[in-house]
Design a binder for this molecule. Structure first.
Ligand code: NAD
Length: 394
């Protein structure tokens, strides 16, 4: 048996290479599991069900380590993140996470000082794990095209893009201050990037484009900002090592327009922290289905933290009605990006497409019946039924 963790020490240990040489060895997946708060335990339970099915189907072995974070950790230990939890995450090859947090108006967690609240734990673990690259795919499923708020001809064309956002630099981490100058309140934020930070995220974007359709659009504001001019120069340097990947540059204001006008033109969008923050929410919204959107945060090894883009939905927690697909697709990203098990990731994504095609829907993606009766062909299912249906199709 081979540990997938050993993949970090050399490329020859990855699942990809295992397949290239045609040997069918068992890969051991050491996965940390943060069930989280609200609907977290329900949706993570379904993603685990799907991963267990993958393990049986492809002959791999999964070892799970449960890790407490956020509200669940506050309840157990009085703090949103313990050193033991950080250690357990670091010892895993990858971490699967449900969302954390509760209802800010009613949950006692929000009576605590800000640094003891659930979200403080999330920020701290991201920092501890050195997660500098955030990946948010936005994919419009043909079966859910009615939920897309874009023009019919745009939604009918479909789209499948991924936003790669730099997560630990730029405006959100630069020096800032508010002063009074000549009697006027004056605020300054600083947007700083060095070439190392730009290069490492660009490399990730090009590597991931190779696993997709081989296209990177780097988004900046190089007509105004020095940081963007450096961004563009370094991205061009990295591109020289990837002659098989097509690179183009786009200004951020144009990109915001193009995302609603013609999202099908994009494969991987590479951008800095603040632009990515805004564009990734825009890209999510154009799919129209929050329960379907996966995400991953990566560091400079194969390690990643995989979680749905949505929150912990305390309004529907414990009712077995949440949509587990975003978390299941996050698990597929884990197979692809942390373990290089592309065939297994394809199998999970294919199973999701299949259940949608067969008309199964959780409540959030169930079409409203109109006078003409559209939506009648769909069948509503619970969170646990949806997980089982997907697992059965692998
Ligand atoms: P939310 O995403 O939890 O919910 C927004 C709406 O979408 C709600 O009506 C909810 O029921 C629905 N929804 C979300 N996910 C769904 C799913 N899988 N299936 C069906 N419906 C779903 O956002 P919010 O209400 O603003 O935040 C709730 C809590 O989640 C807060 O404590 C917030 O801080 C936290 N949060 C955590 C993360 C994270 O862990 N990374 C991200 C965002 C929000």
């Amino acid at each position: 048996m081979r540990s997938a963790g050993a993949a970090y020490d050399g490329k020859t240990e990855t699942g990809t290479v295992r397949r290239r040489f045609g040997t069918e060895e068992t890969v051991k997946l050491k996965i940390g599991c943060i069930s989280g708060d609200g609907i977290g335990p329900e949706i993570v339970g379904e993603a685990r069900k799907v991963l267990e099915r993958i393990a049986v189907r492809y002959g791999h072995e999964i070892s799970w380590t449960d890790i407490l974070l956020g509200g669940a950790s506050i309840d157990a230990h009085g703090v949103p993140l313990t050193p033991e939890a950080v250690q357990a995450a670091k010892e895993s090859d990858a971490v699967l996470m449900g969302s954390i947090g509760g209802d800010a108006n009613t949950s006692p967690w929000y009576q605590l000082p800000p640094d003891r609240r659930p979200e403080a734990g999330l920020l701290a673990i991201r920092k501890e794990l050195g997660l500098f690259a955030n990946l948010r795919p936005a994919l419009l499923y043909e079966e859910l095209a009615d939920a897309c708020p874009l023009k019919k001809e745009t939604s009918e064309a479909g789209f499948d893009l991924l936003i790669m956002r730099e997560l630990t630099g730029g405006l959100y981490f630069g020096a800032r201050k508010t002063t009074v100058e000549n009697g006027l309140r004056t605020a300054v934020d600083t947007l700083v990037y060095n070439e190392y930070e730009i290069r490492r995220i660009a490399v990730k974007a090009f590597d991931i484009a190779r696993k997709r359709r081989g296209k990177v659009t780097s988004v900046d504001k190089a007509n105004v900002l020095d940081s963007s001019r450096l961004w563009r120069a370094v991205v061009n340097e990295v591109a020289a090592d990837y002659p098989d990947v097509e690179l183009s540059h786009m200004l951020v204001d144009n990109c915001a327009m193009q995302l609603v006008k013609d999202p099908a033109q994009f494969d991987v969008i590479l951008t800095e922290n603040m632009f990515g923050d805004i564009l990734s929410d825009e890209a999510s919204m154009v799919t129209g289905s929050i329960g379907m959107l996966a995400s991953a945060s990566l560091n400079d090894t194969k390690f990643g933290l995989y979680e749905p883009s949505h929150g912990s939905a305390p309004d529907i927690a414990g009712k077995d009605i949440a949509n587990p697909i975003a978390t299941i697709l996050s698990a597929a990203m884990m197979l692809r990006y942390s373990f290089d098990l592309d065939e297994e990731a394809d199998a999970v994504e294919g199973a999701v497409k299949q259940v949608l095609k067969e008309g199964f829907r959780t409540a959030d993606i169930m079409p409203q019946k109109d006078a003409a009766g559209s939506g009648a062909a769909c069948r509503k299912c619970s969170c646990s039924e949806m997980g089982s249906l997907i697992a059965e199709r692998i």
